[in-house]
Design a protein around this ligand. Structure first.
Ligand code: FAD
Length: 482
């Protein structure tokens, strides 16, 4: 009897425990289903582009080892039992997912298949710890990161990752099923007209090899000084592994052990402090999954329900300017344009742009979360809502409401020469360092020399900083006193 491996958010061959287990249970059927059922949040445009490329890489890697990736589209709740029956599979394996709809689907499928005598096993491939394993002394979920991470670290080092199998077996598929199989192109995941993905193609190499390359480059160079450098959007100072992690092209266990190994053998310029900081960022991802597991509505419901009473402004024009990177605040605009062009944004700038939308434009964090979901290649069911709620102040362990980022001082501190702004906001490229983060303060002669006419080829600020700040403080304070 064949063994069926159902790929989901684990598009890799190495350190893939479900794959390892399935290989021991008979000739292999590798399956991917593009889920078009409505239970789960539909992937955004940038994530669909990534998925398409990642499936391409996976399918080639499987074929190179003698296997085959079967691709279908539809409702997994119906398709999977159907495939199991038609192929006579007696064993099904998958790696776990953690959003509420996926958990419900997987649970129902496991029950249904088990009832028909099929053995079903699920595994942890994408987290250092299962979200339910890490508990407070009172046996509950953590609400604060520091004690959460301390508890994880006290548990010791993660287990060693599994190597990729040398060869894959291939089960013979019934002819009717072979006919039903789709190509990746059939899934129509790539944009056609307009083709907005050229910036994404230039920036990324989706797939397991791309993920390993990225990690290697980061350990060879980028990690030196990460502890402070990670806040600098003008430098290549972070790993950019987030979309690879999102699609499970690399596991946190692999990242952990490769990094630890490079430190021990002296093969990386990163210091022990840099590496501990890097691990703790991986820890924030784990913490987000911990929050999502215990709060399945994280993307739609305020974690702190007091925020349900928040008097958000409805500023459609402001939201539109924000999405397009036309707010008149250079660091905010640079971030949103980086996002649009490359599908990614530096973490510091994610915080600045999110704070600007929520605080200065007093816009509900869910509007920003939705935009990021559609445009990020790393759009993540846990990290995205957890981070947005964190900035809003409605989240777990969130920033206090009176901490409102000033986009000018943030820009001057973290992009001191304005290199980042000039890269993504070409209209301002000729403006000198002094006024690059506040062009409205520049003398008329300097603007003229730089070819800038505010309100014409670069916007005037959509909102005055002191007005926005005061309005936000009042709105948030009203909430706190309720
Ligand atoms: P590195 O600094 O190299 O960190 C390594 C890995 O650790 C990352 O790949 C990521 O998986 C994890 N990580 C790093 N910082 C964080 C963090 N603050 N929170 C959680 N995990 C982190 N991250 C996503 O993966 N998907 C999202 O949809 C997402 N949305 C965000 C929205 C907002 C408003 C904010 C403020 C942050 C968001 N983040 C999100 C977190 C963070 O910005 C990105 O993970 C990070 O910028 C990815 O770049 P990197 O891989 O170079 O990070």
């Amino acid at each position: 009897h064949p063994a069926l491996l159902w790929f989901r958010d684990d598009l890799r061959l190495s350190d893939n425990p479900a794959l390892r287990a399935a290989l021991d249970h008979g000739p292999l059927i590798c399956l991917y289903i593009l889920d078009t059922a409505t239970q789960r949040r539909e992937l955004g445009g940038a994530a669909r582009w990534w998925l398409s490329r990642s499936l391409q890489a996976l399918s080639q890697a499987i074929a190179a080892k003698g296997g085959e990736l079967l691709i279908l589209r539809g409702d997994p709740a119906e398709l999977l039992p159907d495939i199991v029956e038609r192929t006579g599979s007696s064993y099904v394996a998958w790696n776990r997912r953690y959003d509420g709809a996926a958990i419900a689907l997987d649970r129902a499928l496991k029950a249904k298949l088990t009832e028909t005598g099929v053995e079903v096993e699920s595994f942890n491939a994408n987290l250092l710890n299962e979200p339910w394993q890490v508990k407070t002394k009172a046996d509950g979920p953590f609400k604060v990161f520091t004690p959460y991470w301390r508890a994880v670290r006290e548990g010791g080092e993660p287990s060693a990752p599994l190597p990729a199998p040398a060869r894959l077996s291939k089960a013979t598929l019934p002819a009717a099923l072979r006919k039903q199989a789709l190509t990746i192109a059939d899934l129509a995941l790539q944009p056609t007209a307009p083709d907005w993905a050229s910036g994404l193609r230039d920036a990324w190499m989706p797939g397991e090899d791309g993920a390993q390359d990225r990690l290697g480059t980061f350990l060879d160079e980028g990690i030196a000084g990460y502890r402070e450098g990670r806040d600098r959007p003008d430098k290549l100072s972070t790993s950019r592994l987030s979309p690879h992690l999102r699609f499970g092209e690399i596991s946190p266990r692999q990242i952990w052990h490769a990094t630890r190994g490079a430190l021990e053998t002296g093969e990386t310029p990163g210091s022990a402090a840099d590496i501990e900081k890097f691990f703790s960022e991986i820890g924030w991802r784990e913490f987000s999954y911990h929050l999502l597991f215990h709060n399945p509505d994280l993307a739609s419901v305020n974690y702190d329900r007091r925020f349900d009473a928040m008097a958000w402004a409805t500023d459609e024009a402001g939201l539109k300017a924000w999405r397009k990177g036309l707010t008149g605040y250079p660091i905010v605009d640079a971030g949103l344009r980086e996002l649009w062009q490359t599908g990614w944004m530096h973490n510091r700038v994610r915080m600045i742009t999110a704070s600007f939308l929520i605080k200065h434009l007093l816009t509900d964090w869910r509007a920003g979360e939705t935009w990021f979901w559609d445009t990020l290649v790393d759009a993540d069911p846990a990290n995205n809502p957890a981070s947005w709620q964190w900035v809003a102040g409605s989240g777990a362990d969130a920033a206090p409401y009176f901490r409102i980022f000033n986009p000018v001082t943030q820009g001057e501190k973290f992009d001191p020469k304005g290199d980042y702004v000039r890269r993504f906001v070409p209209e301002l490229a000729k403006l000198g360092d002094r006024f690059i983060h506040r062009p409205w303060d520049a003398p008329a002669s300097e603007l003229k020399q730089a070819g800038i006419v505010l309100g014409q080829n670069y916007p005037k600020p959509v909102v005055a900083l002191d007005f926005g700040r005061r309005r936000a403080l009042d709105a948030f304070a009203a909430l706190r006193s309720e």
